[in-house]
Design a protein around this ligand. Structure first.
Ligand code: ADP
Ligand code: MG
Length: 694
């Protein structure tokens, strides 16, 4: 039950003075939930500084100023096309106040002749005269406290003015309760943070322009609150999943050693470390919940395979779940050698297996004959029962958010989980999305791979590139040629690829093929197959090159208008080459002019192949505010915290949260109760359902 104390914050915004029948719809557009708390989280993005109070003659052009004037004379407009002017003065001189499309009554009321008025707005110099167009404020001296010397500027939607929104937020601030403090006393003191209420109020009623900075104590306190709530929710999941239902799967090591000895290569140090971590997790009487991150080709498969064998050695079953049927079959292929060698029985089951065959497979899974099961999501359909499932490996986490993790964990009560992903996720984001998991990173390529030679080349030199390609394909290389998204439109996009295709075809004839998003998938497959077999040497593609396509002979990647791509995408595309012991190349073709950001992206690509570094830079360049694709990836969006600016706070929050849950797993202490309030504030009600009632 939500504490009563929080009630006012979860009321609908329409109870606030200032929101009426007329403007409610605009507010509802801006504040989707319609809750007062979300109105309060709607923080200013900028300030207007009105503190400069010069005399008329001192006021320089272009500056925002607040000036005390006496109204001298009105010059109403005779025609619509001319503005309404009001002449005002102080003891240094005169200035004009200008109104276009004037509302006469309002101007007369605001600026009565002979009265003293405080005006605030931008100073303009026009033909040697000082003037101000549409002042932001015109107030009589007795109303001076209504003037926001530092005026917060909010993100708005059409129909709402900043002034109206500000007024309503001020109303909301009046009703917020004092909440019990959930912060660690020492941390609060060290950071000089104020209470939640005071910090929130300061954010909306700033006393200096530095209040807008993410580092300002009012903002950083709220950001920390949000990050702590996020980490606490994850720590609760982790505790429930990991600590409460674990089994020990130590294994004998016999089969594993047999396979290790037969490997034709030496494991990389990163693989060895990951295996050590997994082995330890599985052996402990806790549940393993681990994320294995590594670029394509970093060697995740063998690591997963050895983990599954450890489960089998311990007398339980293991399963691996792939995102598509093709990938499931590919896994089966690559495991076969190892599993046969170890004498382990495995089956592969997908949605395609129907009728009698499916019955037999189901039986083998149910009676334990199948020691390892390879499949797709169909693995977890209701009709499949395992004899004793000890480990699940999930390939590709991005369709696998927290909710699916929770559903899966309901299935086999104490199943260890290993999630593999080829998407490098920056450390900070990993913490916010997978803070409940432990992480192993394969940040090293297997020995013997040559680095991809990446070069930045101007569009003007495209002829030279085509010449170069000719020499390379004569030597047996194969080439990807990617044409970018030119506009938002598929058609124009396609036209660019088509044009390039024709140019190359004129040169290389039948050795060129094209794939794009408008083709049917079997048409695409046919072209890709020809490419893989070597019937075609060059593939022109829009950005739709199928994920997971593996053509080791492809050694050249050309990306046109590379400046238009994001870092993550460039990295993904480049990953299609460099899969053999041959030297691979990536040519990033750019057109001038280049923005600073584009320049930086291209040079990062030239300088490193490390997906983790690229992901980290990508996050910095794009900023915490607009991380693309966060919805699909299960990475939460924050209301206050800025994942880049507040990354140091995230680390603290994580440690804080884990410590709290280790001491007070059901949040029953005084601080625990305050922390429950915090969880509600940030809508982690689900996490609270996991706790014993307080
Ligand atoms: P991932 O699944 O991470 O994309 P894979 O596990 O498919 O990568 O490995 C890619 C290729 O590298 C496979 O052919 C695999 O046999 C090989 N490989 C894996 N580990 C090593 C290693 N330590 N040294 C050499 N080759 C390796
Ligand atoms: Mg275990």
């Amino acid at each position: 039950m939500k504490p009563l104390l929080l009630d006012p914050l979860f009321k609908n915004i329409t109870v606030l003075t200032g929101i009426g029948a007329k403007n409610a719809k605009y507010f509802e557009k801006l504040i989707k939930s319609g809750k007062i708390i979300d109105l309060l989280w709607h923080l200013p993005i900028d300030f207007i500084d009105r503190r400069y109070t010069p005399k008329i003659m001192e006021a320089p052009d272009g500056k925002i100023a607040t000036i005390k004037v006496i109204v001298d004379k009105h010059y109403p407009n005779s025609r619509k096309s001319v503005p309404y002017k009001v002449k005002v003065m102080d003891n240094t001189g005169f200035m004009d106040i200008i109104f276009f499309h004037p509302i006469k009554d309002y101007i007369e009321k605001s600026l009565p002749v002979g009265e003293e008025v405080l005006i605030s707005g931008k100073i303009e110099k026009f033909r040697g005269k000082t003037q101000m167009t549409h002042p932001g404020y015109m107030l009589f001296p007795q109303k001076i406290e209504e003037l926001p010397y530092i005026e917060p500027v909010y993100p708005l939607t059409g129909g709402l003015s900043n002034k109206v929104l500000r007024k309503v937020i001020k109303e909301a601030l009046k009703i917020i309760p004092e909440l019990p403090e959930w912060l660690n006393t020492e941390l609060k003191k060290k950071k000089s943070w104020e209470s939640w209420k005071k910090s929130l109020t300061d954010c909306h009623m700033p006393k200096g322009i530095n209040y807008i900075e993410p580092e300002h104590s009012s903002r950083s306190r709220l950001a920390y609150d949000e990050l702590l709530a996020n980490q606490l929710a994850l720590a609760i999941i982790r505790h429930k999943q990991r600590d409460l239902y674990g089994r020990s799967f130590a294994g004998s090591g016999i089969l594993r050693n047999k396979i290790l000895e037969s490997l034709p290569f030496e494991l990389t140090n990163a693989q060895k470390n990951a295996l050590k971590e997994i082995k330890k997790d599985m052996a402990e009487p806790l549940r393993m919940i681990r994320l294995l991150q590594g670029d394509v080709g970093s060697g995740k498969t063998i690591v997963a395979c050895l983990a599954m064998i450890q489960a089998v050695e311990s007398g339980v079953q293991a399963a691996i779940m792939a995102p598509t049927e093709i990938l499931a079959r590919q896994h089966a292929e690559s495991f076969k050698d190892f599993l046969d060698k170890a004498g382990i029985k495995f089956v592969i089951i997908t949605g395609r297996d129907k009728g009698k065959k499916r019955e037999i497979l189901k039986q083998q899974i149910a009676n334990g004959d199948a020691q390892i099961v390879i499949g797709t999501h169909a693995l977890f359909s209701e009709d499949i029962k395992f004899k004793d499932l000890g480990l699940v490996v999930i390939d590709e986490q991005h369709r696998f958010g927290v909710h699916q993790r929770l559903a899966l964990s309901g299935k086999g009560v104490s199943t260890d989980i290993l999630v593999m992903t080829a998407t490098p996720i920056p450390r900070t984001l990993t913490l916010t999305a997978y803070g409940d998991m432990d992480v192993s990173r394969l940040n090293e390529k297997p020995a013997g791979r040559k680095p991809i030679d990446t070069r930045l080349i101007s569009q003007e030199k495209i002829e030279e590139i085509i010449e170069g390609i000719k020499r390379q394909i004569d030597k047996g290389s194969r080439v990807f040629w990617v044409c970018p998204l030119v506009e938002e439109s598929e058609k124009i996009d396609l036209a660019a690829a088509q044009e390039r295709y024709e140019i190359l075809q004129a040169r290389f004839g039948k050795r060129v093929g094209i794939v794009h998003g408008q083709m049917k998938s079997d048409e695409k497959d046919t072209v890709m197959e020809k490419f893989a077999k070597g019937d075609i040497d060059i593939i022109v593609a829009t950005t739709v090159i199928e994920v997971g396509v593996n053509v080791p002979q492809a050694t050249i990647m050309i990306i046109e208008h590379a400046e238009r791509f994001g870092l993550a995408q460039l990295h993904q595309l480049r990953g299609r080459v460099g899969r053999s012991s041959e030297q691979s190349y990536c040519f990033l073709i750019y057109s001038l002019p280049l923005s600073e950001n584009a320049k930086e992206r291209l040079s990062i690509m030239r300088d490193t192949e490390d997906g983790f570094i690229i992901a980290e830079k990508d996050l910095q360049l794009r900023g915490g505010g607009e991380i693309l694709g966060t919805k699909q990836s299960g990475i939460p969006e924050f209301k206050v915290a800025d994942i880049v600016a507040h990354s140091d706070l995230l680390q603290i929050a994580r440690d804080d949260a884990r410590l709290i849950i280790s001491k007070d797993p059901d949040l029953k202490s005084e601080r625990g109760k305050a922390l429950r309030c915090l969880l509600y504030l940030f809508e982690y009600d689900k996490a609270i359902e996991n706790l014993k009632s307080g």
